[in-house]
Design a protein around this ligand. Structure first.
Ligand code: FAD
Length: 281
């Protein structure tokens, strides 16, 4: 296997209980062996996980790692976002993943931001270059996009508003990613676009998630997963093969880094990294 060096970053979600927080601490420690460029923590739309997000971010910094806080702006006011930025700065956070977010149905939109690009512009206006700003990108097109062209334009707008880099929604078809990067480049988007990698560990969870976020599960993967039924060992073994091959194609063909969606688990990422030769022997 070729040995192309490849920076990684790792995403966590805020734990819901003290037991979850303790478990996550162990997961993070296990993953630090990868020397991640940064570890990010998701943020529930409407600020629903704000305390948990900021606590996990604080823990990551205390563990000596670079942390990125996600921030979603839908339904938020400028005053609340200003307060968040001040808090993150005081915590020593240098990186933000700036998102629109999705409000649960029935939740009035309200708020002073419409698109993630509004949040990127706001962060730049308020804090200059204090933060490295990441934004989301969708090689297989965001489910609410008016058209593929409009969705690409949304990334152009986020880059022009001051985003430093982008992380993609996960995908299993590397052609979609490389085509997207090429088209973004042709539109003048020269920031790194880092592929988001979702390890496959559960068939039902992946199929449910993917329907909601617009990530396509290729037919051959979907049918193989369905054929394993409850046989989790086979699902995991197949998932490791598929995702390792995807990562290998991505890095050999020039992806700038890999961003792992950990789902707060260490084993799949460690095994994929081992197979990719990213771990010291
Ligand atoms: P936007 O960039 O605003 O795009 C949303 C939609 O609006 C797209 O369809 C786009 O085409 C369209 N659009 C954008 N700008 C315009 C415009 N000017 N005019 C017309 N249409 C426009 N969600 C969370 O709640 N918390 C998280 O922590 C979180 N982390 C994520 C991390 C990554 C790496 C990714 C890929 C997604 C994450 N999400 C998270 C999910 C994300 O919030 C949803 O996908 C959401 O629906 C869109 O957010 P966005 O930032 O891409 O929005």
């Amino acid at each position: 296997m070729s040995q192309v060096s490849c920076p990684v970053s790792i995403e966590f979600f805020p734990p819901k209980s003290p037991e979850g927080a303790a478990k996550l601490r162990g997961v993070r420690q296990a993953l630090y062996v990868l020397k991640p460029e940064f570890c990010s923590v998701t943020y529930g739309a409407g600020g629903s996980t704000q305390d948990g997000t900021f606590t996990a971010v604080r823990d990551i910094i205390a563990e000596g790692q670079q942390a990125a806080s996600h921030m979603s702006c839908i339904g938020a006011t400028k005053a609340s976002m200003r307060a968040n930025l001040a808090q993150l700065k005081a915590m020593g956070v240098k990186r933000i993943v700036a998102l629109r977010g999705d409000l649960p149905s029935g939740y009035g939109a309200g708020g002073e931001f419409t698109h993630a690009s509004d949040l990127v512009a706001f962060i730049r206006e308020e804090t200059g270059d204090d933060f490295h700003i990441e934004v989301a990108a969708y090689p297989e097109i965001h489910p609410q996009a008016k058209s593929p062209e409009a969705d690409l334009q949304a990334l152009v707008t986020k880059a022009r508003a001051g985003a430093n880099s982008a992380i993609t929604q996960y995908f299993f078809n590397s052609d979609a990613y490389f085509k997207f990067v090429e088209e973004a480049d042709a539109k003048g988007v020269h920031i790194p676009i880092v592929p988001g990698i979702m390890p496959i560990t559960s068939s039902t969870q992946l199929l449910r998630f993917s329907d909601a976020c617009g990530a396509e599960i290729p037919r051959w993967i979907r049918l193989r997963l369905q054929s394993y039924g409850d046989d989790t060992a086979s699902i995991k073994a197949f998932g490791l093969d598929v995702v390792t091959d995807l990562c290998e194609q991505l890095r050999v063909c020039g992806a700038p880094a890999l961003h792992f969606y950990s789902m707060n688990q260490s084993e799949p990422i460690l095994e994929i990294s081992k197979r990719l030769g990213l771990l010291d022997a």
